[in-house]
Design a protein around this ligand. Structure first.
Ligand SMILES: [Zn+2]
Length: 246
């Protein structure tokens, strides 16, 4: 067993166990495309929009407050040292909350769908811009990695498509490239076929189509948001799960 103490003063014990044969899930008739974005964490080709949960946003708020408090403390003072430890703890809580959210969502998507497709991250293009920080914070690559290993574990198909075509510019109904759309354009009507698209849902449908998945044309229409996955679905809790590094 390895015991690790992190910068927030928390102890983790890690060890290796042997597990049984591959777990299986009952087959699912649905296949889904996922668009990872900045206005929502993820938008699905069936119209579902997923935002980061309140417990993660709360943890982020606490971290910001701790950072503000630190700047007001006198350099070299005991209070400053205390404030710094508080920041480390708040950082750790944000990381834990984000990981929990990623686990819940990735488990749900793999459980509910026979095939999941994501774009080979737009992050590459965005990472060099001023959006870099929010992209980083969104933790897309960690999330996509979870999708991939869970798909392998449960016998689902996972497809990563390259950015050969800008998914937000192409009409998912007729395939015509409708031209660049600034980020503030949330909805648009195709000049060629007259379909009206939600920007992100259209992108998610294009991801699914590019991956060769079966998505109905109805996917382009906006549907009501689904009930969030139950908290216990992922079966992991940060308090019980050591970090991957540990
Ligand atoms: Zn069209």
């Amino acid at each position: 067993m390895t015991v690790v103490r992190d910068s927030a003063g928390r102890y983790f014990a890690s060890f290796v166990i042997e597990t049984g044969p591959q777990e299986t899930l009952p087959g699912s008739p649905t296949e889904i495309g996922v668009d990872l974005g900045l206005t929502h964490f993820a938008v699905l080709s069936d119209g579902t929009k997923i935002d980061s949960p309140r417990f993660l946003r709360r943890a982020e708020k606490r971290l910001k407050k701790a950072q503000r408090d630190l700047s007001r403390k006198k350099k070299g003072s005991a209070n400053r040292a205390k404030a710094r430890l508080k920041i480390a703890r708040a950082h750790a809580r944000v990381a834990d909350a984000r990981r929990e959210f990623h686990h819940e969502l990735s488990t749900r998507l793999i459980r509910e769908n026979q095939a999941v497709a994501v774009e080979d991250l737009a992050v590459k293009g965005l990472a060099r811009t001023r959006l870099a920080k929010s992209v980083h914070d969104a933790g897309w690559s960690a999330f996509v990695a979870m999708l991939e290993y869970k798909a392998a574990r449960y016998g689902r198909a996972f497809v990563r498509i390259g950015r050969f075509e800008p998914t937000s510019q192409v009409c998912s109904t007729c395939g015509v490239k409708d031209g660049p759309k600034p980020l503030d354009v949330r909805e648009w009507t195709c000049g060629a076929c007259g379909s009206t698209h939600d920007r992100d849902v259209n992108a998610a449908v294009n991801v699914a189509l590019a991956a060769g998945l079966a998505v109905s044309a109805r996917g382009a229409q906006v549907r009501p948001a689904p009930v969030p996955a139950p908290r216990d679905e992922a079966g992991t809790h940060p308090k019980l799960t050591p970090t991957a590094a540990a």
